[in-house]
Write a protein that binds this ligand. Sequence first.
Ligand code: ATP
Length: 314
Amino acid sequence: MRSYTLLAPAKINLYLEILGDRPDGYHELIMILQSIELADQIEVRANGTEKIRLFCPHPDVPLDESNLAYRAAKLMTENFPKVYANLGGMDITLDKRIPIAAGLAGGSTDAAAVLVGLDLLWQLGLTQPELQTLAAQLGSDVPFCIAGGTAIATGRGEKLDPIKDLDNLWIVLAKYRNIAVSTPWAYQTYRQQFKTNYLQENSDIQSRTSEIHSGPLVSAIVHKNPQKIGQLLYNDLEKVVLPEYESVAKLRNILAEAGGLGTMMSGSGPTVFTLCQSEAEAKQIRHQAESEIGDPTLDFWVTQLTNKGIQVVL
Ligand code: ATP
């Protein structure tokens, strides 16, 4: 049976601003998303049955329809019923390396990999925009995960505007193994606390979006100015997650004091990252924070920014 193995990189948010509410119940966002080399590995294999079967040894990963990778496969069978009827179902095997419920879009990137994998397995020849349209039906972060790199994301996060890639910087990621933050909880709590500041008019949302597009962080990325990028990292969700999770707030402070270009929580957290000039600097910051905090349930990763989205492993 034919199979494809894919690498599915995680993402961090260099910027996340919540602008307002949308009629569909989601938030109107402006984000700058960045792929990183920390990646799950996913195999998609024709199984000669009618079934979509999911395999993952990680105890916290659901193996039913609630798994985004499963939902991606289901979506493909619904959109290409004739191909599915001819070629049958598939076995999807997830090798999870991205921490779960960490604000790193782990589930979203797995779903993106399944879309790309089935496009190849079924020889559909879908274009990048076609894949991204399917991806948007699965979740706000999934379209970005297909192409990866560095992009401004607006709307729910699904409208993408790629910017010059940043692939020469390093990061230290840190996450407490036993803390998981629910993304819906973070956004709902933000709404409860900050709704009065939301922009109401579409024109105001448009002008704030334009301000960010032509603002200092995008300019620093385009001109590859790491110091400026580090100073301008921003995430609105820190306002609700850090007060709720004292240990994450403390971790953020310790990482920020340990050096690097800038420190920020990614997405809805609880992963915190420090942007660094080099691998050596990232390792030194990791070592310092690790020995200062001394908690065996605190996991660290040193990894690089990447300009790649889903990749086929040859
Ligand atoms: P985001 O940054 O997009 O908000 P996240 O990185 O915070 O996502 P995920 O790792 O995608 O969060 O997991 C969130 C929840 O989704 C988990 O608690 C898990 O139950 C469920 N889930 C569904 N599919 C997957 C998957 N393929 N891998 C991991 N978790 C998944």
